[in-house]
Design a protein around this ligand. Structure first.
Ligand SMILES: C[S@@+](CC[C@H](N)C(=O)[O-])C[C@H]1O[C@@H](n2cnc3c(N)ncnc32)[C@H](O)[C@@H]1O
Length: 228
């Protein structure tokens, strides 16, 4: 409710941007050096090739994965709240000579995107910015085409160890015990996978080898031939 109210009062289409430009430049410079090509190869293999696939990079930031996926032939939609990151991503896309679709808004602002249309939704390091975790899982499922794949990489509440402020610890505890969100607490380890229990999926694989990060692969039901 608090995050929803905040989102109604702070609109990206009116120029609001929560991201500090200096931080965005620093983050972008680092992330553009660290694109995980093994992950891209795995996504490529899971989708039976990226050429022509419709991909939503959800919370795409500086666009390093949007551009990399487009360079492999995919039709990529960049979606993020930040004008600053959009400008960075647009410059990078122009340099790489790839065309992306641009969609500025909160994670929840996907009304203009076609339902059930994406072969892959790529959601890296931004799940915790959604306003309601269960609703967001449903929303992503609704955007996936039948048989489509959702890739999630989400730092969890162990990520910062004991370095959280008291207020952040309290928000994290509130989210862990009630699911309620004030601000953007990271979810408890292994929580995200449970959000898909009642959704129309055919398969879910969770990688918990790093205890501070949940890595989840979810296949929407509908075309079993597309799953491995
Ligand atoms: C840590 S960055 C991750 C960016 C990118 N996915 C990556 O892997 O580098 C978090 C991203 O979430 C975006 N973001 C923050 N709050 C958001 C919101 N409420 N709705 C949409 N995007 C948001 C930020 O602008 C930023 O691009």
């Amino acid at each position: 409710m608090i995050n929803w109210l905040h989102s109604k009062l702070h609109r990206p289409e009116k120029g609001w941007d929560p991201v500090d430009p200096a931080w965005a430049q620093e983050y972008a410079a680092a992330e553009w050096q660290m694109v995980d090509h093994a992950l891209l190869d795995k996504l490529d293999a899971q989708l039976g090739g990226l050429q022509g696939k419709r991909i939503l990079d959800m919370g795409a930031g500086a666009g390093q994965y949007s551009v990399a996926l487009a360079q492999r032939g995919a039709d990529v939609t960049w979606h993020d709240i930040s004008h600053t990151y959009q400008r960075i991503a647009q410059e990078k896309a122009a340099t790489a000579k790839v065309n992306l679709q641009w969609s500025l808004g909160y994670l929840e602002d996907t009304q203009a995107l076609e339902p059930a249309s994406f072969d892959l939704i790529f959601n890296r390091i931004c799940w915790y910015y959604c306003q309601h975790d269960q609703t967001f899982a449903q929303q992503l499922c609704g955007l996936l085409a039948p048989g489509g794949l959702l890739y999630i990489h989400a730092p969890n509440s162990q990520f910062h160890g004991d370095k959280l402020s008291t207020a952040a610890q309290w928000r994290t505890w509130l989210n862990a015990t009630t699911g309620f969100k004030i601000g953007h607490p990271m979810l408890p380890p292994r929580r995200i996978a449970t959000l898909f229990a009642d959704l129309p999926i055919s398969k879910l694989e969770a990688d918990y080898r790093d205890p501070r990060n949940d890595v989840i692969w979810v296949w929407k039901a509908g075309d079993e031939s597309r799953t491995s």
